[in-house]
Design a binder for this molecule. Sequence first.
Ligand code: NAP
Length: 518
Amino acid sequence: MELTGNLILGNCCPRGGGNGFYADEPSQDCPLAPEFFAADAADVDRACQLAEQAFDAYRALPLSTRADFLTRIGENILALGECLIIRAMQETGLPRGRIEGERARTVGQLAMFAAVVRRGEFLQAIVEEALPERKPLPRPDLRQCHIPLGPVAVFGASNFPLAFSVAGGDSASALAAGCPIVVKAHPSHPGTSELVGRAIQQAAQQLALPEGVFSLLHGGGHEVGEQLVTHPLIQAVGFTGSRAGGLALLALAQRRTVPVPFYAEMSSINPQILLPAALANRSTELATRFVDSLTLGVGQFCTSPGLVLALEGKALTQFCQHLTATLAKAPAATMLSRGIWQAWRDKAAGLAAVDGVSLLAQGQPAQSANQGQASVLYTDGAHFLAEPRLSEEVFGPTSLVVGFDDDAQLQQAIRALEGQLTLTLHVDEADHPLAQTLLPTLERRAGRLLVNGFPTGVDVGYAMVHGGPFPATSDARSTSVGAGAIARFLRPVCYQDFPDALLPAALRQEAAIPVQRY
Ligand code: NAP
C-alpha cells in the first residue's frame, strides 16, 4: 500500500492544510519519503465535527457491531502484511521481532476489547426495582448504566508504534466504550500511523459505520495537539509521552471553558527493591535479569527499571560485580528517534554529573548514529535522599543503583519516591517481615506491585493496572492497559421510573447483559 502523507477525515483522505514534514529513519539518520502534511485548524475542526456527528449513531449500534468493528480493525492490520512491518522498522529502528510482537499484541488487544464489549459488564447495569410499600417513603424504580463520554482525542506514543499508537490501547478502549476517536499521529512514525489509520477507516466503511467514528491528524509541532485538546467537541483525551508534554496538554484541558478528563501516562522509574535475603541468595541471577530488563527495547519502555534500591554490603557488591560483567556484553542499539536519543544522552550525562554519583557499568559502545550505550550509575543513600533529580526518569538504557546504610534509610527513600507505574520487591521467605512493613507505602506509590519479577512486559488482561499516582499518570484511578481502560471513557447515568420501552437496551426487562439487582 502506497503512502500518501495525507490526513484521514472520516471517509476522505485530504492533504493537511499545515506544514509539510518528513519522518526520519533513525538507524540511517536520514529522512524518509513521502512528505507528510500537518493538519491546520480547519482540519482539526472538521475531524471533531465529524466525530460529534457520528457519536449518537455509533453508540446506538448493537454491541455486537461495535465488537465486530474492533475485530475487523485487527484483521485489516494483519492484512497490511510486510508493508506495515517494514515501515514501522524504518521509522522506529525497532527490530522485526519486536514489531511483529507488537502487532500481535495490538490485534490481541482489539480482540480483548471486542470480548469486553460483547460481555456487556462494562456497562455496569444496576437495577433497584421500585418498592412502593417502603416506609417512610416508597422507593422509585432506579436503574443505572454507563454511557460513553463523546469524541475522544488520542495521542499516539512514540515508543509503541502499534500497541500504543493509532489502533493501540487508548483507541481500542475508547472505541469499545462507544466513543468516536480523533487520533494525533506521533510525528516520529507518521507512515506507520497512516497505514494503521487506513486499516481502521476501511473497517468502518466495511461495516457501514457512521463516517466520523475515526479520523487521523498529522502534526509536526504542538499546534495540532493544542487545538485538539481545546476543541469544545472533544470530551476526553488519552496521552502517552513525556512529563512536559503531558503536563502542558493537561493544563490546556483543565483551562477549557468546559474542562474534560485528560488521561496522561507520563513518567515512571519503576524501582527494584532488593531485600537482604533475596540479594544474599540470588545476587548473580538478579543482576542478569536486571540487565535483560534494562536493555530490553533499548530501555525505551515506560516500565523500564530505572532505579535499584538495596542495603550496602557484600551481597550488593556481588550484585554490582555481576551486573558490570553482564552489561559489558550488551550491544548498543538504535533508539526510536534522534530527539529521544538526544534527550536520553543529555539526561544520562546530567545524572552522572550529580555530586556523589559514579559510573558503575557500561554496555558496548555505539557503532552508528542514534544508538544508546547502556549504563548503570551508583550512589549512596545519603546522596540519593539529598538530590531529587536522582529520582527523575531517564528514558533510555540508563539506571541507578543506590546502596543504603540500614532499613530505616531504605524506608525513608521509599517514602520519598514519586508515584510509579510499578514497584518491585525481590524477596525470599526471610524477607517477608520487612516486605510486610513496606507494603502499605508501596501500595500508595504505584499502580502495579511485583514480587520477584521485572516490570517490562505488561500483560493485557482483565486484572492489569498500568497507571499510578502522579507523575506516572495524571489520574491514579485509571489504567491505560487492560480491560479496565474502557472505564476512562464512560460515565454513569441513572434512569428513574422509566417505562421499559424508553430505557436503554442494557436496562430493559429482556436485557441479555449481566445486571446487578438490589
Ligand atoms: P512527547 O514529546 O511528550 O510527545 C508526545 C505527543 O504529544 C506527540 O504527539 C507530540 O507531538 C505531542 N506534544 C508534546 N508536547 C506537546 C505540547 N506541549 N503541546 C501539544 N502537543 C505536544 O513524547 P515523545 O515524543 O514520545 O518522547 C519524548 C520523551 O517522552 C522521551 O524522551 C521520554 O522522556 C518520554 N516518554 C515517556 C514514555 C513513558 O511511557 N513514560 C513514553 C514515551 C516517551 P508534537 O511534537 O507534534 O507536538
